[in-house]
Design a protein around this ligand. Structure first.
Ligand code: SAM
Length: 217
């Protein structure tokens, strides 16, 4: 399946994210508002319930959240008892915000600045049992400059960060299931999906977000 690239948008640029997290740091300091949970709280809750339902899940499994933003998913996993939590984002301001929130909630999470397009740094970063992405592959796909190459670098980084038998969970609002499977094929195979709400329009059924589970080939 050939993939048609998305039209570029400011959401695909680091400048956009740095500015929005700078604003969110101020909001958090002034009002205690943690900021946006992308694709809403329900998308995050569905991922967390899916993880908790897995028979072989172990609270010591290492989890990395790619493009963690404010880190809310990791914070919830910490509340569920997970002990090895890491969040990375290429925006230093996102890492600052996430660190502030984790500290205030007394949850131990390791946050680092990491650009997922830098495949070598991703290789040196270590390997994880669970690699999670909500909205980050989407943001990378919106880069106005060479999005195909950027998507491919990201997929290489995910492969570098995932243990051999690990699980990659991705939630996207820009790509449908077939497009995600096609983009990741060769390195990953789809092993499941997390059901998301569907809507019907003109006789066709669609979803606003897609959550898929992949294993490394
Ligand atoms: C749509 S937001 C999602 C934030 C968070 N995952 C959530 O669900 O609330 C996309 C995130 O990806 C980060 N991001 C975009 N490109 C990145 C890259 N190349 N490396 C690391 N993080 C990136 C942005 O800074 C932003 O925090």
């Amino acid at each position: 399946m050939s993939i048609e690239e998305l039209s570029g948008s400011e959401l695909g640029t680091k400048d956009f994210w740095e500015k929005s997290y700078e604003r969110e740091i101020r909001n958090y300091k002034d009002n205690g508002d943690v900021g946006e949970i992308w694709f809403d709280q329900d998308s995050q809750d569905r991922v967390i319930s899916w993880i908790l339902k897995q028979e072989d899940i172990d609270l010591n499994h290492s989890v990395i959240d790619l493009g963690c933003g404010n880190g809310m998913l990791l914070l919830e996993l910490g509340a569920e008892g997970f002990t090895s939590l890491t969040g990375v984002d290429y925006s230093p301001k996102a890492v600052e915000l996430a660190n502030n929130i984790a500290k205030d909630n007394k949850v131990k999470i390791k946050y680092s600045v990491l650009d997922l397009l830098d495949t070598e740094s991703a290789k040196e970063f270590g390997e994880f049992d669970i690699v999670h992405d909500k909205g980050t592959y989407d943001a990378i796909s919106l880069n106005p400059d060479s999005p195909k190459e950027k998507r491919e670098a990201y997929i290489q980084s995910v492969s570098n960060l995932l243990k051999k038998d690990g699980t990659f969970i991705i939630t996207s609002c820009n790509w449908v299931e077939d497009e995600l499977v096609s983009a990741f094929e060769g390195r990953f195979r789809k092993s499941g999906h997390i059901p998301t709400p569907t809507f019907k329009f003109g006789g066709k059924v669609g979803s606003a977000v897609t959550s898929l589970i992949f294993k490394k080939i």
